[in-house]
Ligand binder design. Structure first.
Ligand SMILES: Cc1ncc(COP(=O)(O)O)c(C=O)c1O
Length: 396
């Protein structure tokens, strides 16, 4: 069966009524016949049929055994870190999502969990950084926002050899393109806020475990800490998943087109898109995923925050907003938005230049999106020429 058909048919028909859409069980509790005698549900923090349907769907799609749905992507990340104890160490990708960096450094370091950030695009760096205290390796691939690709299978081998867990944040690829658990990872997490939800109308997170025992530990944390996804938002994610393959196909093809346009643009200094042959990790991306996703980042020749801010204020169709993966195209300036919590030096060292702009390519006509970018480049040119002229006048 093709991945697309599997995705659509992984969503169950309601066994009780035959409803083709999963029902929303908006309830806090379930009536019991006698203490402990119930229909598989007792209290909705512990389990809810709508959330359970989502958890089963995503476990199947990612090739895992048990999944747990959370109130946000960060709550999902938080649940994974709670598998660790004081004194344990994490090795994390250096170009990590800013919110994960903030959680690791500002919340968990004070509980004695230390994090080493390494460039995981070279698996040897992971090997070199491992110590007997390392219990978790954390990668995003592609990363946010410089679209670095790490070799999941190679890092999974290292994790196994040193008896530590490998967790992959699969938010940017989605299971329509890449299935880390089938490449040897132990855990996958998602910000389902992005491609899985797909319509910029919810905040949600998912954790999927390869192995049952690990999945049960995550379920325990989900219930014990309580950051669960509501029934309605679970339903919205299921609804998003129904069109995931179709949307991802279009996101990928438009992103490739736009990346090629930007690659030859005279005002662009660097372009980041794994689908380009010039991308340093193009070969690994081709090997481990079916497509390259809908995110394109680029840095300007005029590498200043001011130039990037002018650019992101000038687009019409690309809306200036945090987040990604929705129907409407968005753009953002990571240095001042998603990655503001990372110190400037560390951010630059991870490749997030001052002028870096991240595009989330939506489902509009590609030609319209290119015209929008073209007019933003033109506006930037005009403003820069004007500023240069004013400076000359002042100097005179
Ligand atoms: C790669 C990645 N992981 C995790 C998150 C956190 O997800 P959420 O915003 O749903 O908490 C984000 C948010 O942008 C993200 O980009």
């Amino acid at each position: 069966m093709s991945n697309t058909t599997q995705i659509i048919h992984s969503i169950p028909i309601d066994p009780l009524t035959g409803a083709i859409s999963v029902p929303i069980y908006q309830t806090s509790t379930f009536v019991q016949e006698a203490p402990g005698v119930n229909k598989g549900f007792d209290y909705a923090r512990t389990n809810n049929p709508t959330r359970q349907a989502l958890e089963s769907v995503i476990a199947e799609l990612e090739g895992g055994t048990i999944a747990a749905a959370f109130a946000s992507g960060l709550a999902a990340i938080d649940a994974v870190v709670k598998l660790l104890k004081s004194g344990d160490e994490i090795i994390a990708v250096d170009d990590i999502y800013g919110g994960a960096f903030r959680l690791f450094t500002q919340v968990y370091e004070k509980f004695g969990i230390n994090v080493k950030y390494v460039d995981t695009t070279n698996a040897e760096n992971v090997f070199d950084a491992i110590t007997s205290k390392t219990k978790l390796i954390w990668i995003e691939t592609p990363t946010n926002p410089t679209l670095k690709i790490s070799d999941i299978a190679a890092i999974a081998k290292i994790a196994r050899a040193f008896n530590c867990l490998l967790c992959v944040d699969n938010t940017f690829a989605s299971p329509a393109l890449q299935k880390p658990l089938t490449l040897g990872a132990d855990i996958v997490i998602h910000s389902a806020t992005k491609y899985l939800g797909g319509h910029s109308d919810l905040i949600a997170g998912l954790v999927i475990a390869k192995d049952k025992e690990l999945g049960e530990r995550i379920k325990f944390i989900q219930n014990a800490s309580g950051a669960i996804l509501s029934p309605f938002d679970s339903w919205l994610v299921i609804r998003g998943i129904e069109t995931l393959p179709l949307r991802i196909r279009q996101h990928c093809s438009s992103a490739q087109f736009i990346a090629e346009f930007l690659e030859q643009h005279p005002d662009v200094d660097k372009i980041f898109y794994p689908g380009l042959k010039s991308h340093v990790n193009h070969n690994i991306a081709t090997k481990q995923s079916k497509g390259f996703g809908g995110i394109v980042s680029f840095a300007l020749k005029n590498d200043t925050e001011e130039a990037a801010i002018e650019f992101v204020k000038s687009t019409q169709l690309f809306k200036l907003a945090e987040s990604l993966g929705g129907i409407k195209s968005l753009l953002c300036h990571p240095a001042n938005m998603t990655h503001k919590s990372i110190p400037a030096q560390k951010r630059r060292a991870a490749g997030v230049a001052d002028s870096l702009i991240r595009l989330s390519i939506g489902l509009e006509e590609t030609d319209d999106l290119i015209k929008d970018l073209e007019q933003a480049f033109q506006q930037l040119q005009v403003k820069q020429n004007l500023a240069a002229k004013n400076q000359t006048v002042t100097v005179k």
